[in-house]
Every structure is written in C-alpha cells, then in structure tokens.
Design a protein around this ligand. Structure first.
Ligand code: 6PG
Length: 479
C-alpha cells in the first residue's frame, strides 16, 4: 500500500504553509504543491521533521499522491487565481473528490463554483479560516460550508487542527455552498466594528483625560480581565504599550493614521445593504477607515470650526474611564447583535439554516474576534435559537440597561470635545431606533408619496394609500 496523503495543500505562502504544518503536526500525511517548487522544497527542508509531507512538483503528481476521496486545500489569492487553480485540478479529479477554498473568497463566488463543480461530480467547500498566520499554525477558527458529504471526510481533519475551547473544536459545518464564506465575511465585518470601537475608546481616553498611550495600555489590560476579555483588547494593550525604537515615541504616534482594508468589511456592508440589514456598526467602521484615507480632504477641513479637546476634571474625569468601559461594552453588544442578524438574514435568504449558537461557539477561540463574550452569545442562542436580537437576551439586555447613563454621557462628552465616535454613536442611534415607539419614517413615507406617489400604509386600517397632493382638499384613496 503506497503511502498516500489524506489531504493536500496547494499554495504554500505563509498561510498555506502553516495549515500544512498544522495538519502534519496532528499526524496527517500531507501532500504539498506550489506553483514554484522552491516553496515546496523550502517547507520540507525547514519543517520536514514535524510530520509526514509528500512534496510534489506537478498537479498530476500532487493528485496521484492523495487517497480517495481526494481533498485539496487551495490557499491562493481570492478571485481569478482561485479560479485558475480550480481549473488546473478539477479535470484531474474523480467524482466524490473535494476542492476546498480556504482563502477570503466572496461567498457569491463560492456559490457559483460549488454549483459548477457539483455538475462535474465534485464537492467544492468554501471555508473561512480565521486567526492569521499564527492561527493557521497553532489552531484557527474554521468555518467550512459545502455539502454534508464533504464534511464527513474533511470535518474530522479540520476539527483536529482547529483551536479548542473547553475541549470543543472551533470548527463546525456552517451550512451548504457559500455559508462558510458568508459567515467568515460577517466575522470580518464584526472585526472591523470591534476594532473601531476600541480605537474610539483609545481616542476618548486620550482626548478627554489626556492619558498617554502607555497609561491607556494599562486601562485596556485591566478591561481584559473582565467582560471585555478578548484577543483584540489584549493586542490593543500590547500595541499601545509599544515604544518606537527609532524615536523613543509611543509606537501608535509614529504610525500614519490612514487605516487600510483588504475588502471583506466592505463586502459585509454591501451585502447588508442588499439584505436590508442595518449593520450600522460595521458600516461606520468601514467608512471611518475610508475617511481616514482621504488625506487631502482632511487637510482642507483642518481649520473648520468646532471645539478643541480639553481634558475633563473633577468627578467627570474620575468616572470617565469606567463610563467608557460600559459604553464600549454596550456598543459592542449592538455591533455583534447586528452581525448575527446579518447571518440570520443570509441564512434565510439562501436557505442555509445556520446555527447561530454553533457560529458563536467556533468564534470563542482561534479567530480574531475570539472573546469570552462569545460564550455568552453562544448561551443566548442555545437558550433561544430564534432570538430576534441579542439586545433582548437577558444578560445583554441588563448590561445595556446598566450602561445607559455612561453610554449617553460618553457620547455627549465626545460631542462637546469634538472627538469623533461614529461607532459609539451609531450603536446608540440604532438602539434608540429599535426601541422607539414611533419613528420619523412616517414623515419619510409622506414625503415619498408627495413627490413620487410612492403610496403609504396607515396605522388604523389595512391597505396602501395615495393622497392627491396637487388636488383641492388633497383627497386620499386606496392605491
Ligand atoms: C482573520 C482576518 C483576516 C483579514 C486580515 C486583513 O480572520 O484572520 O480577519 O482574514 O483578512 O486581517 O483584513 P483587513 O485588511 O480587511 O483589515
């Protein structure tokens, strides 16, 4: 019996290399392939002792090195490079074999590819892999979509190498076709909003208390021992404590203040608009990154009228850091509630039947948004799978209730001092919008009917109506 590999990885840049190493370290024989064989050789030379690798130098040799059903993990750039690799391997595979795209592909591309390859008798699995290069090596959160049949052979391998929380792998079959990449996309959107809220907290503590980055690092370290315990809070303290070797200045002060983005947050907002889900936290975080990049516009606006930052004093200063912690937590609950609502909407739209509790469970470890908080989200959805929003779930509802004064006080302080807090502010506006008895949307309907005869519904009877605004007496009639 020749020594065949149970899985293969093609695309051996750092992410692909680390996934292959992780699989080999867990005792799986891993076939290796890369467009340039140099990378394949380099991996075996440097890490060959970590497990059993089968290096190959052609697509044919790579495919022949795999046991049935063949399972190939593609780790190349999203878009055309992924299509090219699919076309390179698909003709060499047999019915029942599995192609896995572990890059940050757009879920619509994954649905298209899955349908096309299903026609050819092949399984196509789009999977989110979160945790960066370190996560890929030591244990990522893995979000595979695709068919149940493919998960039967692929799942045990992925669960083996995924991060573990309380012994539970941070990997589950998210749902069919593009469900995995959709959930990874929303993960990245939530990541954007979480990062924005943390950045605004930093700006508030600096602008309203005059704290230096090192002091703020200490505040974040303290927060990381409580309900905000999370990877992003942890690394924020590290980044803020870091001093630039060359200048001796706080690292954060020598970094150009233009945030970049590879695009997954943007996708999340676009899909949120398509699905009609107000993911305002993710949208404001994405726009905040764009705004930061408009250096010319910002330079032109620099002299515009508005308050200057002046440190608080007395009792207000005393309680401000605690107020920011409560405001941050409440805003974070809103941002995650919106993200989970978007997954709910995507699942309904595409018939995926995604288990939100399971998604929260596999995000507890390995991924960028990993946090203690996700355990509470898991519990909330396990207790009530059809929960309309996290905001109405017991513990979250109480925490946000307790944060009301702090949340509103922090935002009014930000407004008074001219500190931009789009993330905090949109979270509160969304919260107040959700709980409002009547919204000014009624007036919007009247305006739309006036200028466009777009009709409206009434609160006191069924049907749709139009008022003849240009006619004497402005009669109303059923539309
Ligand atoms: C992850 C990350 C990762 C993301 C990069 C860059 O889950 O490991 O979310 O997938 O693509 O961190 O993201 P941006 O350039 O969009 O910030």
């Amino acid at each position: 019996m020749t020594n065949k590999a149970s899985i293969g990885v093609t695309g051996l840049a750092v992410m692909g290399r680390n996934l292959a190493r992780n699989l080999a370290r867990h005792g799986h024989t891993v076939a290796l392939h890369n467009r340039s064989t140099e990378r394949t050789r380099d991996l075996v030379e440097r890490f060959g002792s970590e497990g059993t690798f089968l290096p190959t130098s052609s697509a044919r040799e790579f495919v022949d090195a795999l046991e049935r059903p063949r399972q190939i993990v593609i780790m190349v750039k999203a878009g055309e490079p992924t299509d090219a690799v699919i076309e390179e391997f698909a003709p060499l595979l047999e019915p029942g074999d599995v192609l896995v795209d572990a890059g940050n592909a757009h879920f619509a591309d994954t649905r298209r590819r899955e349908a096309a390859l299903r026609e050819r008798g092949l399984h196509f699995v789009g999977t989110g892999v979160s945790g960066g290069e370190e996560g890929a090596l030591h244990g990522p959160s893995i979000m595979p979509g695709g068919s149940k049949e493919s998960y039967a052979s692929l799942g045990p391998l992925f669960e083996d190498i995924a991060a573990k929380v309380d012994g539970t792998p941070c990997c589950t079959h998210v749902g069919p076709d593009g469900a995995g990449h959709f959930v990874k996309m929303v993960h990245n959107g939530i990541e954007y909003s979480d990062m924005q809220l943390i950045a605004e907290s930093f700006d508030l503590l600096r602008g309203a208390l005059g704290y230096e980055p090192a002091q703020i690092a200490d505040v974040f370290r303290t927060w990381n021992t409580g309900r905000l315990d999370s990877y992003l809070i942890e690394i924020t303290a590290e980044v803020l404590a870091h001093t630039d070797a060359e200048t001796g200045r706080p690292f954060v002060d020598v970094v150009a203040d233009q945030a970049e983005q590879k695009g997954t947050g943007r996708w999340t907002v676009q899909i949120g608009l398509d699905l009609g889900i107000p993911i305002t936290g993710i949208a404001e975080a994405t726009f905040a990154r764009s705004l930061s990049g408009h250096t010319g516009l910002r330079a032109a606006a620099e002299g515009l009228a508005g308050p200057r930052r002046a440190p608080l004093s007395g009792a207000a200063a005393e309680r401000f850091a605690d107020d920011v912690e409560r405001a941050l937590y409440a805003s974070k609950v809103v941002a995650y509630a919106q993200g989970f609502n978007q997954i709910q909407a995507g699942s309904a739209e595409y018939g995926w039947n995604v288990d939100l509790g399971a998604v929260a469970s596999i995000w507890r470890g390995g991924c960028i948004i990993r946090a203690k908080f996700l355990d509470d989200i898991r519990a909330a959805y396990e207790a009530e799978p059809a929960l309309p929003t996290l905001l109405t779930s017991g513990d979250f509802r109480k925490a946000v209730e307790d944060a009301q004064d702090s949340w509103r006080s922090v935002i009014s302080t930000a407004v008074r001092l001219g500190i931009p807090t789009p993330g905090f502010s949109t979270a509160l506006a969304y919260y107040d919008g959700l709980r409002a008895e009547r919204l000014p949307a009624a007036l919007v309907q009247g305006q739309r009917d006036y200028f466009g005869a777009h009709t409206y519904r009434r609160v006191d009877r069924a049907g749709t109506f139009h008022t003849e605004w240009a006619t004497e007496g402005r009669p109303e009639h059923p539309a």
